[in-house]
Design a protein around this ligand. Sequence first.
Ligand code: ADP
Ligand code: MG
Length: 701
Amino acid sequence: MSSILDSDIKFLPGIGPKRAELLASELNIRTFREMLYFFPFRYLDRTRIYSISEIDPEMSHIQLRGKIVRINLSGDKGRKKRLIATLADATGVIDLVFFQGIKWIKDKIKINNEYIVFGKPTVFNQTINLVHPEIDPANDDNSLYSGNMIGIYSSTERLKEAGFTNKQVAKLQALLMKMAGEYIYETLPSYITQAKKLLPLRSSLKLIHFPTNQTLLNQARYRLKMEELLYLQLSLLRQKNLREGYTRGFIMPRVGDYFNACFKNIPFELTNAQKRVIKEIRADMISGKQMNRLLQGDVGSGKTMVAVLCALLAADNGFQSCIMAPTEVLANQHYKGATKTIEGSGIKIAILTGNTKASERDKILDELSQGKIHILFGTHALLEDRVVFKNLGLAVIDEQHRFGVDQRARLWTKSEEFPHILVMTATPIPRTLAMTLYGDLDISVIDELPPGRKPVKTIHASENQRMRIFEFMKEQIKSGRQVFVVYPLIKESEKMDYKNLQDGYEQIVKYFPAPEYITAVVHGQQRNEDKAYDMSLFSEGKANILVSTSVIEVGVDVPNASVMVIESAERFGLSQLHQLRGRVGRGTENSYCILMTGYKMSKESRQRIDLLCSTQDGFELAEADLRMRGPGDLEGTQQSGLAMELHISDLAKDSQILEEARKIATSVLTEDPYLENEKNRILKEVLSTLKKEERDYSKIS
Ligand code: ADP
Ligand code: MG
């Protein structure tokens, strides 16, 4: 189905090859269609003309109509030049102030002519004026700007330099609509558009660029969002159906000696949530279908034990397992933890990371391929080609958002048939979002923490309280506890960050001198041996303080630690802070999280910090995070492999439409799984053109 909409954007009059390249590199726009689907991200309401007497400084942008009655150029001799044009309507006068482009404005504005002016009221010298408003002759028929809602398109410096002003983009859209509008065909079956009272595609696209009023704009948006989310859900559900249709899963019915022997070693009672989740997983493991399950559980909820127990079940049925973690520190911790659990059971485990010595590695690989190792722990070193299992039956991926989609997919190639897959995350994802990001996964949730955990008291502090914080740390250390001090590490400012950490470390060593106090330090620039050494000092209780970058964010478990100090907390995201806080409060003692910030903070940072001080519920925080930041920023979502690009829907805000779309998609596919019905022909056609869908998402979790 090729159409004029697939034409190269360079053929649009006014673009040409050079600017086409720019559009491609800056905005990913290559065709007419892609241009058409480049939507405004907000709108200015210019449907209404205000009277000057109505203006109050709280208003956002307003539109006025009036005559210029005076023009005044001022500011010679060192003072900043400015031009003041006074606009009058029947109700009053207001000054329009320009500091730049003065010559251009002077040529353009004539006294006694009528203009439409658009700008934001500001107060200066106790009077209201408009600084740098847009100004157009009132009788300009060519103006796209009169009497409508004006779409505002996102732009970049380079685009602006090349002349892609907002007006220009709007003009191109208008032209495009004129040239290609009649080739925009409906993409939803009429039985759906009718049932849901959706506007036709063509008018929706026209309205999204050139809305005539808010109501119609809302309807257009609704239609476009519904379409987008419906196709997203259709493609996810179809993948799921497909996968379930063609993959068989290993069947693991036995609960045997390995499981039972290890189970006896566990020093605590499993929580009900853990038991329930293990049942859910076991049901998959005996179903004959390949498991693809996401396990969500707040930090400290005990996901690792669930994973290990499932691996033991696999072993009882003659299968190997692997448990992959995103960092070496974490992989080590899993491995050490499991060592205790398997004691005396006959289970053989091993760990493989990028730092495993060659001789050791060869031995492991050898035993692995012979099936002598039951459970292999490790980092992404597990993904290398030379890592060959005899019969991999279960692959567990911890903190899955840390792995790229393609990395994860490689695990599938480790087995003749797809192994059962369990991915675990401590980043609680609200249901609607999970449904979309992991639409073809089943979801289990551990919604209960082990008993006896006390809430972590969370405190916001700034630099002038540092000495009090240090004193407090001393008290805690005196009573036998340990303290984390964490510094942010952002790629862009990596050098500065390491310097901050180094300075912080020195300050701490000064204040907490050896041998009375032992301070360990862990960060990315260390040699791996040093890292492992310092980490073990802390985890074995030999160091009182651990200074580190956020490498410890994921999963490190030191129950004796009772204080988490987070430096420059304003630079961390909400879920990151929550994860870090989850490192303490694992024992039965009182524990504390201290958020150190600078004095200056953005409104958002303050919101984050306040929220964190007020609640410890991971799901509540995740919802708030999503609202504040949008899902694009949510950790891991960029690489989660959304089946298609979203132009207009916002997964954080459109959860209702998403639910509706899910319902429609489910009922469509239940009735017509292969979309063979004539009434679904459009759905099938459009689905087949969704580019990214061609990737095999059944292989990606
Ligand atoms: P996460 O879900 O964040 O990965 P972990 O698996 O690291 O959590 O578990 C956190 C701590 O809780 C570990 O020390 C673990 O041994 C302990 N733990 C797990 N399950 C229970 C339980 N049912 N009762 C008590 N402690 C538990
Ligand atoms: Mg964990």
